[in-house]
Write a protein that binds this ligand. Sequence first.
Ligand code: AP5
Ligand code: MG
Length: 214
Amino acid sequence: MMRIIMLGAPGSGKGTQTQLLSKYFYIPFISAGEILRQESKKNEKTKKYIKETINQGKLVKNSFIINLIKKKIKKKNCFDKFILDGFPRTIKQAESLKKHIKMHFVIHLKISTDNILDRITGRLIHEPSGRTYHKKFNPPKKKNIDDLTGELLSKRKDDKKKIIITRLKEYKKLTKPLIKWFKMEDLKKNIKYIEINANKSIHKINKKIILCIH
Ligand code: AP5
Ligand code: MG
């Protein structure tokens, strides 16, 4: 049984490490940000709300993301093994998840603010799949081209300096208290809390996480 939560500030590498772990362990993953971005393209009723909230750098309402994630967990047949990238990120979300399903590990990617800005400002994405690259630290084989499809890469709309500042404020206000909550859960043996120094290379972080959860 391996149900993992990836927790960390914007740009800490949650998505990157989720994709690597998913390949290494052959397990599915659910990315909260990715679900919202896909949902904002197809769902007429909610697209305006999602786009506006993400582009302000704010978190969407707890009830909204909780419903989407619960549906995905059921649909993807995520039972014994799966990774949650970017969910939960408030205590309310964590309490709701705890009632629904037992999680085994929470990996907290701890990163300095300087590194956050370098990583986010250099990020490139393949919009249809959510695949992520970095101009300098994780470049695609061909400049600005997705390795798998050959399609053009782009920048995320919320990766602008002004929006990043709000995202970091939201993280400090709403997600940081969750770290303490998980540490308490670890003491009660409800989950294993693992803190990783995320200021290292992608490869080193990945090796360390695998070592910790094996
Ligand atoms: P989301 O998409 O989850 O954004 P985020 O939390 O801000 O995190 P990022 O995706 O920006 O960073 P990451 O940690 O995945 O880093 P990555 O691996 O890409 O959420 C977007 C929005 O959706 C939120 O702002 C909110 O509005 C909403 N939302 C999502 N979940 C929600 C929830 N639970 N509740 C309410 N609202 C929610 O890496 C970043 C860059 O660095 C990449 O270019 C990568 O190639 C590079 N990189 C990665 N690791 C390294 C390394 N070790 N060294 C060098 N470069 C690296
Ligand atoms: Mg991400």
